[in-house]
Design a protein around this ligand. Structure first.
Ligand SMILES: Nc1ncnc2c1ncn2[C@@H]1O[C@H](COP(=O)(O)OP(=O)(O)O)[C@@H](O)[C@H]1O
Ligand SMILES: [Mg+2]
Length: 365
């Protein structure tokens, strides 16, 4: 069993506060990803769990035991970094066995653990090679193997894939997910890449400036962002965020924005709105579809805009369009590709409209 509890943890470097009273409960066997822009405090938080940085205030407990004063080597954790520095003169086997030899485990036990980890990671054929004879992805697997053989209660990963090219990164993502399904160890994983966070996590923790903005499953944070920051950070291409206002219209409300149409607001948002309220209107590109023929979509769910940039992806086309002072990203089906400068009709799927209060940037929907 290994849960991780972070309670009221505060950290500053000199006079600069980096982590502000952070609370987080990570369950046994859970895969939690800390994600946020560079400099928001992810590595600092991970290093405090590892014991590589002291905690100023608050407590960190691993499996119920407060570890604030426990040395890193006694915390039963293993950490994998972006720069996974293997020993170049040692074989893969010796690299993986290094910590176990240092801990004076019996040789048969070392062999058993290294071979087991090598089997899970597909390294069995490579055990006699040196790091210089391996690809980037293979080296990263050795770094993971080196952590795995120690059989830690908690794995800590700090941007382990950032040095790999896009294709390898996506392959290694799958490897890490498989690894978690096989060994079921608790994992705390840090990345600035929201796609990595979405694809790997049981729960995502979105951080900004040393604070947690939202915690939830990948789908929760994608479908129900609690504020503008999370709405813009999670999802690719990013959610359209447009400045506007809402006005009462009979029993409901309509959004208005300069140069744009007025859109009916979904009923679920109505209780929180006031007439004339300043809002940010959020809609994801997948809910702004190019319309080329007849449609059953109500006229006031549609707009016409001028195509500015076209990005064909094969299965679909991303369309950056302008209307009034606004830019909007929408999607075409990939079969007909409009040209820049052309007028194009788009339909909004208003069931997926998000509204945020412009004053505090919190979700109203
Ligand atoms: N050892 C340190 N001394 C002083 N400032 C640091 C130190 N480590 C990190 N920082 C600062 O703390 C903030 C958070 O850094 P970090 O945790 O590395 O962010 P992230 O991993 O999210 O990119 C940054 O502003 C960084 O410059
Ligand atoms: Mg970092």
């Amino acid at each position: 069993m290994a849960s991780v509890s972070i309670r009221g943890v505060v950290k500053s470097f000199g006079k600069t506060p980096v982590i502000h009273a952070l609370d987080l409960e990570i369950a046994h066997q859970e895969f939690v990803v800390l994600v946020g822009p560079s400099g928001c405090g992810k590595s600092t938080m991970l290093r405090m769990i590892a014991g590589l940085e002291d905690v100023d205030l608050g407590e960190i407990a691993i499996d119920g035991r407060v570890v604030n004063r426990v040395a890193p080597k006694d915390r039963n954790i293993a950490m994998v970094f972006q720069n996974y520095a293997l020993y170049p003169h040692m074989t893969v086997f010796r690299n993986m066995a290094f910590a176990l030899r240092a801990a004076r485990l019996p040789q048969p036990e070392i062999e058993r653990r290294v071979h087991e980890a090598a089997r899970i990671l597909g390294l069995t054929e490579l055990l006699e090679r040196r790091p210089g004879e391996l690809s980037g992805g293979q080296r990263q697997r050795v770094a993971m193997g080196r952590a795995m053989v120690r059989d830690p209660a908690v794995f800590l990963f700090d941007e382990p894939l950032s040095n790999l090219d896009a294709k390898l990164r996506s392959a290694m993502r799958t490897e890490i997910k498989k690894l978690h399904q096989t060994v079921k160890t608790t994992i705390v994983y840090v990345t600035h890449d929201q796609v990595e966070a979405m694809t790997l996590a049981d729960r995502i923790v979105i951080m900004r400036d040393g604070r947690i903005e939202q915690i939830g499953s990948p789908l929760q944070v994608f479908q129900k962002p609690t504020n503008v920051f999370v709405a813009g950070f999670i999802g690719s291409p990013a959610m359209n965020l447009l400045t506007g206002t809402v006005h009462r219209d009979g029993d409901g409300f309509r959004t208005t924005w300069p140069g744009g149409p007025t859109l009916p607001v979904p009923a679920r948002a109505v209780p929180k709105l006031t007439d004339g309220q300043a809002v940010i209107i959020g809609i994801r590109p997948e809910h702004v579809s190019a319309i080329d023929g007849p449609t059953r979509l109500p006229a006031d769910w549609q707009i016409e805009a001028e195509i500015a940039v076209v990005e064909p992806l094969g299965s679909e086309t991303l369309l950056l369009a302008r209307f009034g002072d606004h830019e909007l990203t929408g999607k075409g089906d990939g079969r007909t590709i409009p040209r820049p400068g052309q007028r194009q009709r788009f339909g909004f799927d208003l069931d997926h409209l998000h509204l945020f209060d412009r004053a505090n940037e919190r979700a109203l929907t």
